[in-house]
Design a protein around this ligand. Structure first.
Ligand code: ZN
Length: 247
């Protein structure tokens, strides 16, 4: 059991328009991810999707979110810039963000990274072997030396991200490619975990090892600051100031 407040965000389009995806995720990727978190004791989980008002991520929802999970692919451009502003501000305040698979090209991830976040890919349906390269990291807790996913899409280097602050996993693919598949970043007071697996036509989010990683990543990304932080003259907590100054 955990009081951690988690919101799973999914653009929720493939499941409506592609029969093959509907078959794999009849309840939507977001509900499958939420089930996986609940299985690991994270019971305070809600879901949000692109087509809800304010993309499902109003100030109120974000204020009640400790960690946000993000799955998107075909509709990155449809996420409102105002939504991206709100999410970025919350990350800088301390909200955790777990970005999954094709979320590498989401507006929010690219903004937080400051690079293109582009990569090489191939829809191979081959096995992916996710090697743990930081076995002492909290995200590796309870895992075997590697996770084998029977069928996945290939993502290969070069992955255009800043050097991760902590690299937890590296994936190997049958075509000979490798990929930094479990990456941790710190931005402002927030923690960001990028985890690669999860192409929509494969049942990856039912895989026990994958579910363990996502639950571990969610717990790792939880806010840890327990005091109000003050910048500038020190009168009020004004962590948003640097952002507003940029705008
Ligand atoms: Zn994909």
């Amino acid at each position: 059991m955990s009081n951690l407040r988690v919101t799973v965000w999914n653009e929720f389009r493939h499941e409506k328009s592609h029969e093959a995806v509907q078959k794999v995720y009849p309840n939507g990727i977001h509900n499958t991810l939420a089930d996986g978190l609940r299985e690991h004791g994270l019971t305070n989980v809600r879901t949000a999707t692109l087509d809800e008002p304010e993309n499902g991520l109003s100030e109120a929802v974000l204020a009640e979110t400790d960690v946000l999970l993000w799955w998107g692919h075909m509709a990155h451009r449809e996420v409102a810039d105002e939504t991206v502003d709100r999410v970025q501000a919350r990350v800088l305040e301390g909200m955790g963000l777990v970005v999954l698979h094709s979320g590498h090209h989401s507006k929010i991830f690219r903004r937080l990274m400051g690079t293109s976040c582009s990569l090489r890919w191939r829809e191979a349906g081959e096995n992916e072997r996710v090697w743990i390269v930081s076995p002492g990291h909290p995200i590796a807790e309870g895992l075997d030396p590697y996770i084998d996913i029977p069928e996945e899409e290939m993502y290969g280097e070069h992955f255009d991200i800043p050097a991760p602050d902590e690299l937890v996993m590296v994936s190997w693919f049958k075509g000979g490619e490798v990929f930094r598949s479990g990456c941790c970043f710190y931005r402002g007071h927030g923690k960001i975990f990028y985890f690669r697996p999860g192409h929509e036509t494969h049942p990856t989010y039912f895989h026990p090892g994958v579910r363990q990683v996502i639950a571990n990543g969610t717990r790792w990304a939880a806010p840890t600051r327990s005091f109000a932080f003050t910048y500038g003259g020190g009168k009020t907590p004004n962590i948003k100031e640097p952002l507003e100054a940029l705008g």
